[in-house]
Design a protein around this ligand. Structure first.
Ligand SMILES: [Mn+2]
Length: 360
């Protein structure tokens, strides 16, 4: 297991790499070129500069999150091949700089959706929260504007301002795209990039949809274990894998996350670990990582990962905003560092138990 920390890069992320380096057990950074819009090929010299900056801080560039997929690819438009070529160029630039893990998602128009970016909790912290009724009450443009207004001046991943200007146009693209079509488009994309992934040993890790159900009437297909498995079988290459995001999958109160982990064993290339508190049908809020603070059994999740043979990058996913920190909602330093300390403890415990079990 390699403990990592997501970092959005200079000019976007207020957290210095030097602080990340001081979190016990952190070896890697999950980086990105945040200023590049989906569809733009990543220049190799930019990737190299990012890698060198991370390495100069005593860390390694362990993966990228995300190389975003252009809507032309997701919607299956005639120009998708051109955008797939651009994506392949980005993968080459990454491969040439020895980056071998890429997280991406295949959600139409929006990335993750929340109705509140700073919901106060009983402990005085704030968290991201979702309420289906609140989302149903607004149109997508209003939702986009609300996220922008609540972002505290930070650009949020998946909610880049250039998308806001095009919300209506983007919805139009998906008018004819149902879940089957969307899955076909995903398979088409994955098949097209696999030869390049094979050449450089790049593991692709699709991120589950968040929340794991359709939002604003748009189709969503990466919503649970069976559907992820269907995609992995359709493009049955070991490099074609998933990001196991406990919080996204766990947005559904009925998700059996340890069971999903067991079913995807060997194809989980990246893990996002966080807890979530279910507060009612279609409602949840994020929580501290500790099992006791939310609805997920984090011990069972870490144990299932260990037992599946998982040996990849783990990062703490969103945390609470605590101790007066100002930062990107969900991406503060303090609570994610606490999350890492806890996840390190769980991992050490399951690893030692596992070893004892094997030697007995
Ligand atoms: Mn995640």
């Amino acid at each position: 297991m390699k403990m990592c920390f997501r970092w959005f890069g200079p000019g976007f992320d207020p957290i210095p790499l030097a602080h990340i380096r001081q979190i016990p057990g952190v070896r890697g950074v999950i980086g990105t070129l945040y200023d590049l819009p989906a569809g733009a090929p990543w220049p190799r010299d930019r990737v190299r500069a990012l890698r060198e900056q991370v390495e100069a801080a005593g860390l390694e560039l362990s993966g990228i999150e995300s190389v975003n997929v252009h809507d032309a690819i997701k919607a299956g438009l005639p120009e998708r091949d051109r955008y797939i070529e651009a994506y392949i160029a980005s993968l080459k630039a990454l491969g040439e700089e020895d980056v071998d893990l890429v997280c991406y998602n295949f959600m139409p128009v929006f990335d993750w959706t929340r109705s509140d970016l700073a919901k106060p909790r009983e402990d005085g912290a704030t968290v991201l929260a979702y309420d289906q009724a609140a989302v149903d009450a607004v149109d997508p443009e209003a939702a986009f504007a609300a996220v922008e207004a609540a972002s505290g001046g930070f650009t949020l991943p998946g909610w880049e301002p250039e998308r806001l200007a095009r919300v209506r146009e983007l919805f139009e693209l998906y008018r004819e795209v149902d879940e089957e079509r969307l899955l076909e488009n995903l398979i088409y994309f994955a098949k097209a990039i696999m030869p390049t992934c094979a050449r450089y040993g790049i593991r692709m890790a699709i991120h589950p949809d968040d929340p794991a159900w359709p939002v604003f009437g748009l189709p969503r297909i990466v919503t649970g274990g069976e559907r992820m498995l269907r995609f992995l079988k359709a493009v049955d290459d070991p490099l074609n894998g998933v990001t196991l995001c406990s919080g996204s999958l766990g947005s559904r109160a009925d998700a059996d996350i340890p069971g999903i982990i067991a079913s995807l064993a060997g194809r989980i290339h990246f893990a996002h670990l966080r807890n979530v508190r279910h507060t009612g049908p279609g409602r949840f809020e994020e929580a501290a990582h500790l099992s006791g603070d939310g609805s997920l059994d984090m011990y069972a999740i870490v144990k299932a990962l260990y037992e599946s043979g998982f040996d990849g990058a783990i990062r703490p996913d969103h945390g609470r905003m605590i101790w007066g920190e100002r930062g990107m909602p969900g991406y503060g330093l303090y609570d994610r560092a606490l999350g890492i300390a806890y996840l390190n403890g769980l991992w050490e415990a399951v690893e030692k138990e596992g070893r004892n079990g094997r030697s007995a």
